[in-house]
Design a protein around this ligand. Structure first.
Ligand code: ADP
Length: 174
């Protein structure tokens, strides 16, 4: 067990989220994060009060399948306060992605709250990669529900998982 007063590592970042499911926007951000930090932990939030489309285990498996094994990359789950998890992992940085302006207020609020709870942990933002600005897990779930095209939105294994869970969409009206 690391000692409680051991310093946090600036080389390690935690990238938290629901990842319900992981999208190409997440994947791009993870690769860019790995260029900046020596180690990146993709941390899947397990929230018993929410009912995600995919279970925590399914979300973790999809992320592992979508990302080729790479040194410095880890996929984990967490429950409870994110800053507690970051501190436990000795991570100095929480990495978040920023898309359109709509993300800003929510992210600002969360970053401020986290800073209040554990001042030593910094939230850093990376702008969404070009082409992924309007991509969210929610929009992917909606497109999948209606049988729309998913190939440019999520990794191939996620397309298969979505089709298996939701089918091919409603039958066309006659
Ligand atoms: P949460 O429920 O915590 O917002 P998400 O899985 O939706 O979890 O997102 C996890 C992180 O990835 C967030 O920081 C979010 O802003 C970021 N993100 C989501 N979609 C994209 C995208 N298309 N491009 C880059 N970052 C994204």
């Amino acid at each position: 067990m690391p000692r409680k007063d051991q310093p946090l590592s600036s080389r390690l970042a935690v990238y938290p989220g629901s990842f319900d499911p992981i999208t190409n926007g997440h994947v791009e951000l993870i690769y860019r994060g790995l260029e900046v930090f020596d180690r990146l932990v993709v941390a899947v939030a397990h929230n018993p009060r929410k009912t995600p489309l995919f279970t925590t285990e399914e979300r973790v498996t999809m992320i592992r399948e979508a990302l080729p094994a790479r040194s410095g990359l880890e996929v984990d789950t967490f429950e409870g306060l994110l800053v507690d998890y970051a501190r436990r992992r000795k991570a100095r940085v929480i990495l978040r992605g920023l898309r359109a302006v709509a993300d800003f207020e929510y992210e600002l609020q969360m970053a401020n709250m986290n800073k209040k709870i554990v001042p030593a942990v910094e939230t850093l933002f990376m702008m969404t990669g070009e082409g992924y600005f309007f991509l969210s897990s929610q929009s992917v779930r909606e497109v999948a529900t209606f049988g729309g095209p998913l190939d440019d939105l999520v990794p191939a294994n996620v397309v298969r998982a979505l089709r298996a869970k939701l089918g091919d969409g409603p039958a066309p009206k006659r």
